[in-house]
Design a protein around this ligand. Sequence first.
Ligand code: SAM
Ligand code: DTB
Ligand code: SF4
Length: 374
Amino acid sequence: MPSAPNAPSPPEQTLAGNLEVRHDWSLAEIEALLALPFNDLLFRAQQVHRTHFDPNAVQVSTLLSIKTGACPEDCKYCPQSGHYNTDLDKEKLLEIEKVVEQAKAARDAGASRFCMGAAWRSPREKDFEVVMEMVSRVKSLGLETCMTLGMVDSDQAKRLAGAGLDYYNHNLDTSPDYYGEIITTRTYGDRLETLASVREAGMKVCSGGILGMGETPRDRAALLQQLVRLEPHPESVPINMLVKVPGTPLEDVEDLDPIVFIRAIAVARILMPKSHVRLSAGREQMSESTQALAFLAGANSIFYGERLLTTANPQAERDRALFDKLGLHPEHVEKRVRETCTDDTCQRENLEAAMALKSSQSRADTLAYDATLA
Ligand code: SAM
Ligand code: DTB
Ligand code: SF4
């Protein structure tokens, strides 16, 4: 019997092509994915997602701003830039004990990774020892560690890796073409160099961008193409929806259609099949339905806790309720131990971290029941 005119291609035909890990996606291919009929796109993203991940597990990170505001860079989206008047309470580098206290609270609330961010162009030598001590103290709590401190050179990256830093976050933010409209104080090349230093030092790379800054569909495709060219792909890919902060040059930019945002998440999932894709900033302004679609599109990481760096994030109870409603559970370090560790030392270290996490969680009011622990 002939197939109906609009019958989709059989799933098994698309599956093999869907599962390949590639770095050479052309702009035209990425634009074509972004423009697929929505249901086809989400189906393909789910196929990829289910091949590599538990589809109901979400990695949970908590953010802390360890140095706030007065940044010399001019990123047009950022409330922390010293170039704009955003009514922000500036703060110098936090004391180590304060950071450790916040990390414990995040762990006890169910986070498995603690991300520390500083409003710097790049870290100064006099702050570096303090920052490294923060890494080792937070890590000793059984948390994965992540930092975002601006540009780092290869020596700084090696020192952070030596202190035990697991992830370094440095975003490409947008396409090479649109970049100059958003930031003039550092180049796209500077960003790629920092990412190369992080990779060379052996840390995991966290890199993504911001959507909704007035960019074109082609810019979104070009951002994804830049991320996909990184070899290996970043382990973590934050996709931020612009949080429009009064006083920044982008405060009045037109809202991005949530469906366009979900499409970008689905394409990130297809292009970087083994990476965690983070539904990052902007959840406070998003409906639950949009967030649910993002998880369906393959997002499997969030920031958890009532603050991002300087702006609001959903209250923890709201996220617990959303996880319950959707049947999601937090992904735990120990689940990935089996998948990513091959040598004994790595297995032991990770298991120790996971045990610390588990015992703290049994004491605490956890984010949600975790079926992977049962
Ligand atoms: N100063 C460091 C840097 O820029 O690399 C680290 C902190 S910076 C705030 C980290 C990232 O937060 C930026 O690269 C950007 O992608 C994201 N970000 C900042 N302001 C944002 C906003 N208003 N909405 C969405 N994402 C934002
Ligand atoms: C990322 O991609 N998003 C986070 C984290 N990496 C550091 C930061 C979002 C910041 C949103 C604006 C604010 O709270 O200041
Ligand atoms: Fe500074 Fe980072 Fe904000 Fe840019 S994004 S102004 S570098 S804190």
